[in-house]
Design a protein around this ligand. Structure first.
Ligand SMILES: CC(C)(COP(=O)(O)OP(=O)(O)OC[C@H]1O[C@@H](n2cnc3c(N)ncnc32)[C@H](O)[C@@H]1OP(=O)(O)O)[C@@H](O)C(=O)NCCC(=O)NCCS
Length: 205
């Protein structure tokens, strides 16, 4: 598949390139990125090179892993440097066209958080997944306790199906995970008030 860009609100999504390697290396030093994602830890420049030249490039070529860097749209439009603010991607399964599912994943640099950028980026990717790529289902997973990620998924309309013990593998160790799903025809907005989400967790569903 040919890589393509997406624009929404304040964000521009485009493929990370070799020019982004140092910035990706820098952001992936963040303890929260290490804690809540599967990036290598410690994270080296070689990891970023492998990510851009291997994972990202191969994923687009095969059309099964679509990765975008989150950038400031105004900077891109003005032609000024637009460093990577975050990363978002879809891992698409090999089901027949029209029946495909993808897992969404994302991270933001610490200084880019708290501004709703990932919600904007996530919306653009969700809309693209269903309306342009024709996917049937999206899934989201996070290690139990990753409330910022869960809040982003909640805003996008993901329904949390529950906690699955030992579901996720992080650097060779199993972790309990929250799983969420979004179907093509679901409303792409919160399905319940946030207070209710937190209450479910406290008392168990
Ligand atoms: C997940 C991530 C992209 C979200 O970024 P963001 O949308 O800018 O959001 P923030 O990190 O500022 O936090 C999101 C929300 O969670 C809320 N939150 C944080 N900790 C919380 C907690 N313990 N309980 C309830 N809510 C919490 C914040 O108040 C914030 O609410 P707001 O959006 O209404 O202000 C970002 O936190 C990140 O990159 N984290 C590290 C990597 C990661 O976890 N990736 C996802 C892996 S599944």
């Amino acid at each position: 598949m040919e890589p393509f860009t997406l624009d929404a609100g304040d964000v521009h999504l485009s493929t990370p390139t070799s020019a982004d390697v140092d910035r990706i290396t820098q952001v992936c030093q963040d303890p929260d990125v290490a804690r809540w994602t599967v990036v290598p830890a410690p994270y080296t420049r070689d990891d970023a090179v492998g990510f851009v030249d291997g994972y990202v490039t191969d994923g687009w070529a095969k059309g099964n892993v679509l990765t975008w860097a989150v950038r400031d749209r105004a900077a891109v439009s003005a032609g000024t440097p637009a460093p990577v603010l975050g990363m978002i991607g879809l891992g698409v399964d090999d089901a027949p066209v029209g029946q495909q599912s993808a897992e969404i994943g994302y991270w933001l640099a610490p200084e880019a958080r708290g501004r709703g950028l990932m919600t904007t980026a996530g919306r653009a990717v969700v809309d693209c997944a269903f309306d342009e790529l024709g996917l049937a289902q999206l899934s989201w997973q996070a290690y139990v306790g990753n409330w910022p990620s869960r809040r982003t998924a909640w805003r996008l309309g993901f329904r949390i199906e529950g906690t699955v013990r030992g579901f996720a593998l992080q650097r060779g160790r199993r972790r309990d995970a929250w799983l969420g799903t979004l179907l093509a025809d679901d409303p792409r907005e919160p399905v319940e008030p946030w207070a209710q989400v937190e209450t479910h967790e406290r008392i168990g569903r």
